[in-house]
Design a protein around this ligand. Structure first.
Ligand code: ATP
Length: 442
């Protein structure tokens, strides 16, 4: 029997293979018995190979081929033959077939069924759902987006780091913290690497990024929140303003898209998605301008209000209609809206405004960040204003007492980016095994 090292994938079989023998392996997607001839569609990671058996050629092999359960794993040896009828232009005439793992019936989820299953059923049977090439395509595209992003950040001198996910204090407010038992202490799952990445700005590792899970106990069920998401976090020092930080957010969003378009065109075609490469610089509007635009477009909203899901969505529609842009910045958020963000730097000439920005993608926030407050005394004041227990943050504050350069950064939600890029209705489709209030298994 041939070994797995010697199997030939469907996309490797070319004209030169005609008349030659190969070993192929994969899942039995479909078996059709027409009496004297049978067709088995064998699916591997790249495509489908038609295995054609003739009863008169080998009745025992024919019997074996026609009694295989769908989705069983097979290893088949045979001869490649040119074929006008087979979709791929060739078929394999089998000589031996080994059933390496027989699938039970009924299947928990169809792989090629025309009727689509609902998302819950798909997620409950994710291993079956991922056998569909179009589901796998999402994760191949996601991997390419990350590849493009890593390439860009590395070329810009950023160093990839890993910070703890078991932490003693949260940075984003208590409401969404997951408490855990940590030996005889209580601890939390990290909501963001905020405190650590700022800590690193005082070390000389002054351009860093991290791509890691972040945990938020989001109580409401929305199509854009999950309890465990992948956060791309950036922090860079020696900046002059939030503009320096926005340039990096723009570079990431742009280069991720460009790389996906170049390196995952096959998967994009499979999903029927076109990716327009955005022009840079992305449009920028201040929070005040955004509010005025929303008012002009009929939304009941006042200066000082949160844009909210509805506002973000309407803004996305208006900007697409008027400027044809999918990605845009909203800048200079009022301090009142970012007051909970104790580390946000406020404008020196107008403390009621921060340099904080969001990057929105088709009406959904995917990035939030800006310049941080690096002056110890001001930072302490802002923390007191937020009624924070300074002792719990001593490890964080200490770094600000011994030489901390001006710095800034942001959190970039990878799943929201992929969701928007591929027009997925629910963020859960961009996660292999999503976690939310109701979902812990698989
Ligand atoms: P929102 O207001 O949309 O809930 P946020 O203001 O809580 O987001 P930040 O804390 O600023 O988000 O996090 C930065 C980025 O991380 C967000 O722009 C988003 O892309 C991503 N993100 C935050 N929370 C979640 C979540 N629960 N699920 C998925 N992505 C998230």
């Amino acid at each position: 029997m041939p070994s797995w090292q010697h199997i030939t994938y469907s996309n490797e079989i070319k004209d030169g293979h005609f008349g030659k023998s190969v070993a192929v392996g994969g899942w039995a997607q479909e078996v059709r018995n027409l009496g004297g001839i049978s067709f088995l569609q064998l699916r591997d990671r790249f495509g489908v190979i038609q295995i054609t058996s003739l009863k008169k050629r080998d009745p025992e092999l024919f019997r074996q081929m026609t009694t295989i359960q769908r989705e069983s794993v097979l290893l088949i040896t045979g001869t490649v033959k040119e074929s006008g009828e087979a979709k791929a232009g060739f078929e394999v005439i089998p000589e031996t077939v080994a059933v390496l793992s027989e699938a039970m019936t009924p299947l928990p989820l169809g792989v090629v069924d025309k009727v689509g299953a609902d998302l819950d059923t798909r997620l409950n049977n994710r291993f079956m759902d991922l056998r569909k090439p179009e589901t796998r395509a999402i994760f191949q595209i996601r991997a390419k987006a990350l590849e493009g992003i890593r390439g860009y950040l590395t070329s810009e001198g950023f160093v990839e780091v890993t910070t703890p996910k078991i932490v003693a204090a949260g940075a984003e407010g208590g409401a969404t913290l997951f408490p855990i038992k940590y030996f005889d202490k209580s601890a939390y799952l990290a909501q963001s690497p905020q405190l650590y990445k700022q800590n690193l700005m005082g070390t000389g590792l002054d351009r860093i990024f991290e791509i890691a899970p972040a945990y938020r106990a989001e109580a409401s069920d929305t199509v854009r929140h999950i309890a465990e998401f992948t956060s791309l976090d950036i922090e860079l020092a020696f900046i002059e303003s939030s503009e320096d930080v926005m340039a990096v957010a723009e570079g990431i969003a742009y280069n991720g898209l460009r790389h996906v378009k170049e390196a995952a065109s096959e998967q994009l075609d499979m999903l029927g998605v076109e990716i327009p490469i955005p022009e840079t610089p992305f449009p920028r509007m201040t929070y005040s301008e955004a509010i005025d635009l929303l008012k002009a477009n009929g939304m009941k909203v006042e200066h000082g209000d949160d844009l909210g899901t509805e506002g973000e969505k309407l803004l996305g529609d208006v900007i697409m209609r008027e400027r044809g842009c999918e990605l845009y910045f909203i800048t200079d958020f009022p301090t009142s809206l970012k007051r909970g963000t104790f580390y946000a730097k406020r404008h020196d000439d107008d403390p009621e405004r921060t340099g904080y920005f969001d990057l929105d993608y088709m009406g959904q926030e995917i990035v939030s960040g800006g310049q941080r407050e690096h002056r110890y005394d001001v930072l302490v004041e802002q923390m007191k204003e937020n009624s924070m227990d300074l002792d719990s943050f001593e490890f964080y504050l200490k770094a600000f007492r011994f030489g901390m350069p001006p710095h800034g950064g942001f959190g970039f939600g990878i799943e929201r980016y992929v969701q928007k890029m591929l027009h997925l209705p629910n963020i859960r489709e961009a996660v292999l095994y999503p976690r939310d209030r109701l979902r812990l298994i698989p």
